[in-house]
Design a protein. Structure first.
Length: 131
């Protein structure tokens, strides 16, 4: 059975005769450290690479913890991205990130309506690397 902190892939079939419940469920457990590299993407290009597993590199211009999440503002190539790191952080001391160059892996969550903010969700602190 899965342990706290492990990531799961859950697949199955939804059928109307089962009231659209998920049946024939198969789970696969994998470690957070084992997530694949994302598509290396320039921050200005996040508007065209929507909903993809990506990797960005940039300099942290701001960092804060709010609602038990770490939020980083990462800048490169003339644009900034707001990266929300999900899950618990080892520390609330975010000063170590400010002015650091980082590599982030996560899901591009940029909204294109109304020239939306460039943004991404990072699944865990393990996907934040100071380089």
């Amino acid at each position: 059975s899965p342990k706290l902190g492990e990531l799961l892939e859950i697949t199955g079939t939804r059928a109307p005769e089962a009231n659209w419940a998920l049946t024939n469920v198969v789970t696969r457990t994998f470690d957070r450290q084992g997530l694949p590299p994302g598509k290396l993407t320039r921050i200005p290009d996040l508007r065209t690479e929507k909903d993809m597993w990506i990797e960005i590199i940039g300099r942290v211009r701001g960092a804060e913890t709010s609602r038990n999440k770490l939020v980083l503002v990462v800048h490169a190539d003339g644009a900034s991205c707001v990266a929300t790191v999900l899950g618990p952080s080892a520390t609330n001391d975010v000063r170590r990130f400010v002015n650091s160059e980082v590599r982030l892996r996560g899901i591009n969550s940029t909204q294109t309506a109304n020239n939306g903010t460039l943004a991404m969700y990072v699944p865990s602190i393990e996907q934040v690397q100071i380089i």
